[in-house]
Design a protein around this ligand. Structure first.
Ligand code: SF4
Length: 440
């Protein structure tokens, strides 16, 4: 199969169903992707991320689970669900705003008021202060961020509580606190002659609110994939070193672009003393990289880029910086989802792009830009497991509950965490203001 085979249908869901019935060529990473997510939310099923890119990742025992929703939703045909969503949305009017992440399935995106990346969407919700409910069709940390940035009267709702993020789950408050205590023993806590702290914590937006609160309390900052370079500069003005979590690849790619040698970016493995490093390695380090990764972006390889170039000599390869460093180095350009969207919008008609990011966004871009040839670097259809847990049945359920006056699946960040987490987000905004999400 060639890589452009993945382009032959606009919707990933429809494409998966066609592959599963043998009506279409192509392959997916799991035949279970066509099952309803409630089958993986059943209490009898082993706790996991579900089919898709993160299916082999180990899920924390404490990760939220979604209870079963009424059978009237899980048994309903797709068209009935869409009709019920439209009707509930109309009835709610300005009382609810629906946010759809770029990686969300098209069957959800069609109902979204705004589409964007996680931080763009949380900010978009701020433009709708009259909305009592922010229905975040994304993953858990995104609904937390929306709660942090919304008013106390607004409820942030995640339609399926099992929609976590395997990367965010790779760093938890206990293991980061344990790491920090070990680093304080090695580095001490006193600033150097220039007033720079021994180490500054930087967390990627894709992390729990608890970790955003941790960095806020320890002089640190949040970054996105759009502003990681500017945030790193900010951190090095205030610290001698950086502890970057949870995504090692974004940290390494950003550090390398800033000129930090690889040998000064050791990995911190939370399961080993001193993260698996010697004291000397820690003394010489400039950026300590947490042992985390995104299983969607980890799938991209230099071999896929070579194949794309062999089949399309004029191809422009763009990858997301959560991809491994050799992939970013081999690509023509690398950047956030917003960067990828804008690069395609700005290209002359007839351009060819091979994209290294989540398949739902790539398929949507291909459908929206028939003037270009756009395909995913990975020939195997393998969506983000947890984004995929948001099915129209769950969206219909939370909206109809709102119509009935019930708030279900609310995500609330306690004040003790929210205050320092907001501090860390405000520091980020002071360094690099964000652009808005796209209104539909
Ligand atoms: S694409 Fe990767 S980082 Fe984004 S939600 Fe999915 S697992 Fe998390």
């Amino acid at each position: 199969m060639t890589i452009q085979d993945t382009r032959s249908a606009a919707s990933v869901d429809r494409r998966l169903k066609l592959i599963a019935t043998g009506s279409s060529a192509g392959s997916s990473c799991s035949g279970e992707l066509t099952s309803g997510p409630w089958e993986f939310d059943a209490p009898t099923i082993a706790h996991g991320y579900g089919p898709g890119a993160s299916q082999a990742d180990q899920i924390p025992a404490a990760a939220p689970r979604q209870g079963q929703i009424p059978a009237e939703y899980t048994n309903a045909p797709d068209e009935e669900l869409h009709e019920r969503i439209r009707a509930a949305k109309e009835e709610l009017g300005e009382r609810a705003v629906i946010l759809g992440h770029f990686y969300q399935r098209d069957e959800i995106i069609q109902h979204a008021d705004f589409v964007g990346d996680s931080f763009q969407l949380a900010n978009a919700a701020k433009t709708r202060p009259e909305a009592e409910a922010i229905v975040f069709c994304g993953v858990h940390f995104m609904a937390e961020t929306a709660d942090l940035l919304s008013t106390p009267e607004q409820a942030s709702i995640l339609p399926n509580l099992a929609a976590g993020c395997s990367m965010a789950d790779m760093a938890d408050l206990d293991s980061v606190t344990e790491c920090w205590e070990q680093l304080e023993e090695v580095y001490g806590t006193e600033p150097d002659a220039d007033g720079r702290a021994p180490i500054i914590p930087v967390t990627y937006m894709n992390s729990s609110a608890a970790l955003k609160g941790f960095v806020g309390e320890h002089g640190g900052i949040v970054c996105t994939s759009s502003n990681a370079s500017a945030v790193l500069d900010w951190a090095f003005e205030r610290g001698q070193r950086v502890l970057f979590f949870p995504d090692q690849h974004l940290g390494r790619n950003t550090g390398k672009a800033a000129g930090v040698p690889l040998e000064q970016m050791p990995m911190w493995n939370p399961n080993r003393p001193l993260g698996g490093n010697t004291e000397q390695q820690l003394e010489e380090a400039k950026i300590l990289l947490w042992h985390g990764f995104c299983s969607v972006h980890k799938r991209f390889s230099v071999e896929q880029i070579d194949q794309a170039r062999a089949e399309h000599p004029d191809v422009h390869v763009i990858v997301h910086p959560e991809s491994p460093m050799p992939v970013v180095d081999a690509a023509d350009s690398a950047g956030s989802t917003d960067f990828i969207v804008k690069a395609i919008e700005a290209a002359p008609a007839g351009s060819t792009f091979a994209i290294g990011t989540e398949i739902n966004l790539v398929q949507r871009l291909a459908a929206e830009h028939p003037e270009h040839t756009i395909f995913c670097l990975d020939p195997v259809i393998c969506p983000c497991s947890t984004m995929y847990r948001i099915h129209p049945a769950y969206l219909a359920w939370v909206l109809e509950e709102l119509v009935a006056g019930n708030v279900v699946n609310q995500i609330s960040v306690p004040d003790s965490v929210a205050d320092p987490a907001r501090t860390a987000l405000e520091r980020m905004l002071s360094v690099a203001p964000q652009q808005g999400a796209k209104k539909k």
